[in-house]
Design a protein around this ligand. Structure first.
Ligand SMILES: [Zn+2]
Length: 232
């Protein structure tokens, strides 16, 4: 699992700390809520080589608050459920690539308001502060005036750095440690055991949905990689 837990935070995000241009106070970056071994958003992440992950991990130390890809960062009951479900898929010859588990609320905050400033016209001076996130959205100068243009540009760089395609909600099953984004492959045409040990034929990926549910891992059908403990 070590490899899987160390995927790069996001496509392009390794450049983010240099490119974001955010006026992170004093420390030069957003204060981190979590240590490394973590990853970013859903979808296009894939496993990387051990050497590359080690580099990514070091780099991730300087990045704004990555989302985890570790099952160990999930709520214990859901972590156990997902672990069993994945084991059943792998026992059937399938494979699973995890792109997101726990998203720290601080990360959700950064994504949410970066999007609001960059894409929805929110005023950079109107963003409420969040405890533990030391960021100057407004790009205040020495006289306390906001550089609006720089603020919007930096917010856009953050949106791009995080690989965002739409806004991020502040509270989700990911921030509650109750969701996982994963890409499952190699199971169509095989049988996967459900939680009662019954072999379930998988003719298409959606046949995994009742199997996952038997373990307590519920599919959100509208969101391809997303599963949670209640389907939200
Ligand atoms: Zn998700």
């Amino acid at each position: 699992m070590a490899e899987r837990e160390c995927v790069l935070p996001l496509p392009g995000v390794e450049h983010a700390s240099a490119d974001l241009g955010f006026a992170f106070h004093r420390t030069g970056r957003v204060r981190r809520g979590r240590a490394c071994g973590q990853c970013g958003e859903r979808q296009q992440h894939s496993r990387v080589s051990a050497a590359r992950s080690a580099r990514g991990q070091r780099r991730a130390m300087g990045l704004p608050i990555p989302t985890s890809t570790s099952l160990g960062d999930l709520a214990p009951a859901f972590s156990k459920a997902v672990t069993r479900f994945i084991a059943a898929i792998e026992a059937a010859g399938g494979s699973v690539t995890i792109s997101a588990t726990y998203r720290p609320p601080e990360r959700a905050y950064l994504m949410h308001y970066a999007w609001a400033i960059a894409k929805e016209g929110a005023s950079p001076t109107s963003i409420a502060a969040k405890a533990g996130v030391d960021i100057d959205w407004a790009h205040l100068d020495a006289k306390g005036r906001s550089d609006q243009k720089a603020a919007v540009k930096a917010a856009l760089a953050m949106v791009n750095g995080y690989g965002m395609a739409h806004s991020a909600v502040l509270v989700s099953r990911h921030t509650e440690k109750r969701a996982i984004d994963m890409t499952i492959s190699g199971v169509v045409g095989k049988s996967v055991s459900d939680a009662n040990g019954k072999a379930m034929a998988i003719k298409s990926l959606k046949d995994l949905n009742p199997v996952g549910k038997s373990y307590g891992v519920v599919k959100l059908v509208s969101d391809a990689p997303h599963w949670s403990d209640d389907g939200h």
